[in-house]
Design a protein around this ligand. Structure first.
Ligand code: FEO
Length: 395
């Protein structure tokens, strides 16, 4: 194996997962994902997080090589989600005298997930752990994106180990540091990771960023994706932007359509937005495009226009699934338009109005609802909806 140093005696110890289709059995990862663990070999030896359980065998072998057979003294648990704690039980079995390092939320999770009894060290904001030449300092960042999440700062090399914060989907295909790879290839996956996994917790992310601001950081080492050392402002600026719901001028139009009538309305609205000079327009069929990609684009663009056919007097199921996710995520600061069609009794637009009430985004125009195929009057209203949205976006 290649030995990858972040600094003297500090090693990258991660694995690429190109097999899993759905991260958390929910979010598509066509470009895979990496699970990054780190190892500090000093007078004391510390692991920082572990890896997903299917990599345990290789993981333990690599630790053995890098430590030259010495036992590991500490396992620092920045985050307990099993993609990072998956090797915990095996590590404890191999190093029974190890001490688990976590905060007051961590060890209850350790007991519940892994039923292990082992030495623990509870740390708080600004607690320090000397390892020899190196020393770790801790700071909790609750709900980014679990209650126990924290960061660990290596004070000599100024590396901040951040758990999921600043992580990305996408495997590390050779390059591990941000300056060894083409960041453009990661931009979409970085945003999709933030919006899908952490995006519900924007206010908590803001608090975490403020906490991190005061630390002199030379490197950000997350549990997924590249290690950031040359483009810190690139990643920090994006986190600042996304966690404050700062959007670009543009529109995401999504529809659920059985026979094409609601889809036609979407195309009319999209065309009129373009006529009015809006260039960033994405139109998605909710039955084809996974919410993962749509949610990421909602974080990117200010306007969201959603259409639904009626289905058994309710929302079209793929639209229902999407708007439920959006509501749960509590995304803020958007403009909204709604439209749809029905055959005999409605149910699509009526329920989109409930969504509008719940999400509390500014509804820029009255709901547009057609019975059957799109006809002149509702065609004109689709144009008016697009004009109202363009006025808001450009105004
Ligand atoms: Fe990558 Fe929240 O685990």
């Amino acid at each position: 194996m290649h030995q990858v140093n972040l600094a003297e005696d500090i090693y990258y110890l991660g694995f690429n997962d190109r097999r899993t289709h759905l991260f958390e059995n929910l979010w598509p990862i066509p470009n895979g994902v990496s699970y990054n663990s780190y190892l500090i070999v000093d007078e004391k030896i510390a692991l920082i997080d572990t890896v997903e359980h299917s990599f345990v065998e290789d993981y333990l072998e690599q630790i053995e090589v890098l430590t030259d057979g010495r036992p590991v003294d500490y396992l620092v648990i920045n985050h307990m989600e099993p993609d990072h704690s998956g090797a915990l039980k095996a590590v404890v079995a191999k190093y029974p005298n190890i001490t688990l390092v976590g905060n007051k939320k961590t060890f209850d999770m350790v007991a519940n997930y892994y039923m292990v009894t082992v030495n623990t060290l509870e740390v708080y904001d600004d607690s320090e752990l000397p390892l020899g030449k190196h020393q770790l300092r801790f700071a909790t960042i609750p709900m980014v994106h679990w209650p126990e999440t924290m960061v660990s700062y290596e004070m000599t090399s100024k590396i901040l180990f951040t758990g999921d914060a600043f992580g990305s989907f996408g495997t590390l295909d050779g390059g591990i540091f941000d300056d060894e790879l083409n960041l453009l290839m990661y931009e979409e996956e970085l945003m999709r990771y933030y919006t899908n996994i952490v995006g519900k917790y924007c206010p908590h992310t803001q608090r975490a960023l403020k906490k991190i601001e005061s630390i002199d950081v030379k490197m950000l080492a997350a549990t997924h994706g590249p290690v950031w050392r040359s483009n810190l402002s690139y990643i920090l600026d994006r986190y600042q932007q996304w966690s404050t719901y700062t959007t670009e001028t543009g529109a995401v139009i999504v529809y659920g359509s059985m026979y094409g009538n609601t889809a036609k309305m979407a195309d009319v609205i999209a065309r009129q937005l373009a006529v009015r000079g809006i260039k960033n327009i994405r139109v998605y069929d909710a039955s084809k495009t996974h919410p993962s990609y749509i949610i990421s684009d909602i974080f990117k663009y200010k306007a969201f226009i959603i259409g639904s056919a009626a289905y058994n007097n309710e929302l079209f199921p793929s639209v229902e699934s999407l708007v439920t996710k959006i509501e749960h995520m509590g995304i803020k600061n958007h403009l909204l338009g709604i439209f749809g069609s029905f055959g005999w009794n409605g149910g699509g637009v009526k329920n989109l109005q409930k969504f509008a009430e719940n999400i509390k985004w500014e509804l820029v125009y009255q709901p547009v609802e057609e019975k059957g195929a799109l006809k002149q009057e509702k065609f004109a209203q689709c144009i008016e909806l697009a004009n109202a949205m363009a006025d808001k976006l450009l105004g």
